[in-house]
Design a protein around this ligand. Structure first.
Ligand SMILES: [Zn+2]
Ligand SMILES: [Zn+2]
Length: 476
């Protein structure tokens, strides 16, 4: 380790800032860079040099990196590893490649030397962090992100806790686990205010209220994007997986993906709409209710069974009611059944009762069954309850395969439909309904420090409605 007081600047400043550089302590540390190049090809292990100072790190190496990609650094002196993000990359005339790196968790120990604390001045924020796959979530201080040119930096007001967050945190979904990089910040029901807009962003001055959900970005070019099905874009990236999510004081979001949120909606009301609300809205629209031309009354005369009355189910009850359907709400919790009744369900059924199937069938069988419970038994019940030519909407995701007899399916002419979150255009419709007072989330507001307790209660089914983490000061 040698001290080089005039070495190039910090990770966040690709050019300029000459004057202040000489005041900084900088160290050259030999590192191994592990990752993939700009084309996604593994470059194996490359040795390079990191120049680190109080404001960030800069790596010199032979590989070509891309903005925003993640690489792993191994300190050749100490053997320590840290994951970082490429904030900028450029190649100078001498052919040397330089990249500015941002460490999610500032870790002076990584460099094998102690920095005087006053020189370690990366701006910090509080966040719920998972340091390794399947590990515990912890409330910690991490580096506050800076927006890339096409991004917004948003100060998070509230972020809902979705069951998907539980699955991702536990490593239940192998295909997602491969796309994660750690330390990770989950959370994809985010509402906040813009505090900074990247250099290439037009139309934001700061202070605007925006939200972002499961879709962190879509390509806009693939077959599905062109068909208006951006929610299943072949190249979509997911918030909290491809990029840090909203369980933090600040989040970087793509300006193109951010959806404006009306000021009249409290943050904890708006946040769960970005996954829970959008998901049920899209599922009901896929099932033929809530047509774009006419939402209210679009399902008059139909019976809709909603099975599973968590955050999603209670929203589905309201949307089906809004469409004019008669709603049969099914769950195993008296509290949730009572909530469904208060939201307009004409009938509630305790799924544990021996004649639950007969009760759901009632005097005329449902046209549509929306299953939000992640249980195979709920799907079996729903399928058997449906009328002929009925529709089964798959929303809750059990670990087991769903099975239906081909004969039953053929004779009943039932349709089984999938749905995956929803589009930005649908998100605007959902927010409009909520702002007009036609859609309300049952929420339990929690502090981010309580995250592990919140998750434990969610796993035991003890939270009625949606748990929402509130960042910053409490609502007056
Ligand atoms: Zn979700
Ligand atoms: Zn696409």
């Amino acid at each position: 380790v040698t001290e080089t007081p005039h070495s190039p600047g910090p990770a966040h400043e690709p050019a300029g800032a000459e004057k202040r550089r000489s005041q900084r302590i900088a160290l050259r540390v030999p590192v191994v860079v592990i990752g993939t190049d700009v084309n996604g090809k593994a470059f194996g292990e490359l040795t390079g040099t990191v120049i680190v100072n109080a404001h960030g790190a800069l790596v010199e190496l032979k590989a070509v990196l891309a903005d925003n990609q993640r690489v792993l650094l191994r300190n050749r002196l100490t053997g320590q590893r840290e994951s970082c993000r490429v904030v900028w990359f450029r190649r100078d005339e001498s052919g040397m490649n330089r990249a500015g790196l941002e460490f999610l968790i500032p870790a002076p120990h990584f460099w094998g030397v102690e920095f005087p604390p006053e020189t370690w001045k990366l701006e910090q924020m509080s966040a719920v962090v998972q340091r390794e796959a399947g590990g515990p979530l912890e409330f910690a201080k991490v580096t506050r992100p800076r927006p890339l040119p096409e991004e917004l930096l948003v100060r998070v007001e509230a972020c809902g806790v979705c069951h998907s967050d539980l699955h991702v945190a536990r490593g239940d979904w192998p295909e997602v686990a491969g796309a994660m990089s750690y330390p990770a910040i989950l959370g994809h029901e985010v509402v906040g205010r813009v505090v900074e807009a990247g250099a290439a962003v037009k139309g934001y001055r700061g202070g605007e209220r925006v939200g972002v959900g499961w879709l962190y970005s879509t390509c806009g070019r693939c077959e599905l994007c062109r068909e208006g099905a951006e929610n299943i874009c072949l190249k979509r990236q997911v918030t909290g997986i491809a990029a840090p999510g909203g369980f933090a004081e600040f989040i970087r979001v793509r300006a193109a993906t951010a959806v404006p949120v009306p000021d009249s909606l409290p943050a904890e009301q708006a946040a769960p709409l970005f996954c829970a609300g959008l998901t049920v809205f899209h599922a009901l629209r896929n099932a033929g209710l809530l047509s774009q031309a006419k939402i209210e009354g679009s399902a008059a005369g139909q019976r809709v069974a909603v099975i599973g009355l968590g955050g999603l189910g209670l929203l589905a009850v309201q949307l089906a009611r809004l469409a004019g359907a008669e709603v049969c709400a099914v769950d195993v919790s008296d509290l949730k059944l009572a909530l469904a009744r208060s939201l307009g369900a004409a009938q509630t059924v305790d799924a544990r009762s021996p004649d639950a199937l007969q009760q759901i069938r009632g005097s005329s069988r449902p046209h549509l069954a929306v299953v939000t419970a992640p249980a195979k038994s709920a799907y079996d019940l729903a399928f058997r309850a449906l009328r002929r030519r009925g529709t089964l909407a798959v929303v809750g995701l059990p670990k087991e395969d769903l099975t239906f007899f081909a004969d039953d399916l053929a004779v009943s002419e039932c349709r089984i439909i999938g749905s995956a979150v929803g589009t930005r255009a649908e998100m605007r419709e959902v927010l409009e309904l909520a702002a007009a007072g036609k859609l309300r989330c049952e929420t339990q507001v929690c502090r981010p420090e309580e995250i592990n307790n919140v998750i434990a209660r969610m796993e035991r089914g003890e939270i009625a409605g949606r748990a929402v983490l509130r960042f910053g000061p409490a609502t007056p």
